[in-house]
Design a binder for this molecule. Structure first.
Ligand code: NAD
Ligand code: DAU
Length: 339
């Protein structure tokens, strides 16, 4: 099989490529990525020379480039990871989120319609369900929870999901959608909570916790997410949505304190800063459907995954130090300078 993986130079996409090339060495993987600030070609260095792998630099909104690639590769499956993914950036500048996340999804599906496809898989997010109150720990997001978005990012991802469902109903495109909770693990861009706190801790810089740090996220080790997507594209039913999460809810402040402890840094580095606008309180996935229908369960416990992740950032300083020493400096100053 030939699988096009868009956004494969980013965090989850690159982990997915590594997972797939190890698990299914008979498949051909074609990575399509624009290499935005979040894409990093050096991440893919270990697979670049593999004859079963091809990298193509292109924008998923570029119809000509996308259609040309389909003509060349005749893919069986497309997994669309490519997106603008950071909520804070979407609050600063929503436009590119609508462009890539919605219109890019349309372009990919139009190519699938024209050239034919066995499966188009849309990598979605639990943020499309909005948030849950802190005082109702009995509530969880199921696939039937209404979409109720808070940020331009989540609105763009929800729009994309609706478009994917429309292409299934109207054109019969064989689609699936997954909606996963917060991922953590190797190669996550240091603008996101866990790698940002690890990098700042290692550099003895303040740890900027939004609001009171009481917001809850449901953390999943990235490899568990990759395994779930692999199952869905092979065994999932077309037209269906699958929630992915491992019942691992943590308050932000507790994660930051845990990182301090693991790295032997003082909690006095923690600095409470102005809250994120529209900040979602709690995310919590009910993964019953993917468990009962496809037999998926997370394999990595948070206690092990977080230690493995911290160790990875310690062992791969070059990867993230290169990022935070470049253009990222301007971003950091803009977002955190006067916060
Ligand atoms: P990321 O920001 O690390 O990577 C995004 C990748 O997409 C980058 O390589 C970037 O270069 C590429 N890209 C961006 N715009 C593009 C365009 N127009 N054309 C081609 N490539 C483009 O993101 P991530 O955290 O790996 O997330 C991947 C996907 O998973 C996204 O769709 C995101 O919404 C979804 N998701 C993420 C999480 C999470 O916790 N990170 C959880 C659930 C779902
Ligand atoms: O739930 C899935 C989503 O998880 C994905 O769809 C998104 O692509 C991904 O970025 C992530 O979104 P979050 O907004 O939950 O992740 P982030 O790492 O940006 O923030 C996690 C929590 O930590 C959130 O409550 C905000 C808080 N935070 C974040 C940063 C960057 C801080 O307190 N300080 C920070 O500096």
């Amino acid at each position: 099989m030939t699988i096009i993986v868009t956004g494969g130079a980013g965090f989850i996409g690159s982990n997915f490529i590594f997972y797939m090339m190890e698990k299914h060495p008979e498949d051909r993987i074609v990575c399509l990525d624009k290499l935005t600030y979040a894409g990093n070609l050096s991440t893919l260095a270990p697979v670049m020379a593999n004859p079963g792998f091809r990298f193509v630099r292109a924008d998923i909104c570029d119809r000509e480039a996308v259609f040309r690639l389909f003509e060349e590769e005749h893919p069986d499956i497309v997994v669309n990871f490519a997106a603008e993914s950071h909520v804070d950036r979407s609050i600063e500048d929503p436009g590119v989120f609508l462009q890539t996340n919605i219109l890019g999804t349309q372009t990919m599906m139009d190519a699938c319609r024209k050239y034919g496809i066995k499966r188009y898989h849309q990598v979605g997010t639990d943020e499309v369900y909005g948030d849950l109150p802190l005082d109702r720990p009995d509530l969880f997001f199921t696939e039937k929870t209404p979409l109720r978005t808070s940020s331009p990012y989540s609105a763009s991802k929800a729009s994309a999901d609706l478009l994917v469902q429309a292409y299934h109903r109207t054109f019969g495109l064989p689609v699936t959608i997954s909606r996963c909770s917060n991922n953590y693990g190797p190669y996550q861009f240091p603008e996101k909570l866990i790698p940002l706190m690890i990098a700042n801790c290692l550099n003895d810089k303040p740890l900027p916790v939004y609001g009171e740090g009481l917001n809850v996220r449901d953390w999943l080790y990235v490899e568990d997410h990759c395994r779930a997507i692999d199952l869905i594209i092979r065994e999932g039913k077309t037209g269906e949505v699958y929630n992915i999460g491992g019942h691992n809810e943590m308050r932000n402040i507790d994660i930051v304190k845990l990182i301090c402890k693991e790295l032997g840094k003082p909690e006095s580095l923690i600095t409470y800063v102005t809250d994120r606008k529209g900040h979602d309180m709690r995310y919590a996935i009910d993964p019953e459907k993917i468990h009962s229908e496809l037999g998926w369960l997370p394999e990595t416990k948070f206690a092990d995954g977080i230690v493995r992740t911290i160790r990875w950032y310690l062992d791969n300083r070059g990867w993230w130090e290169k990022i935070i020493s470049g253009e990222y400096q301007n971003y950091y100053e803009k977002m955190y300078g006067n916060r």
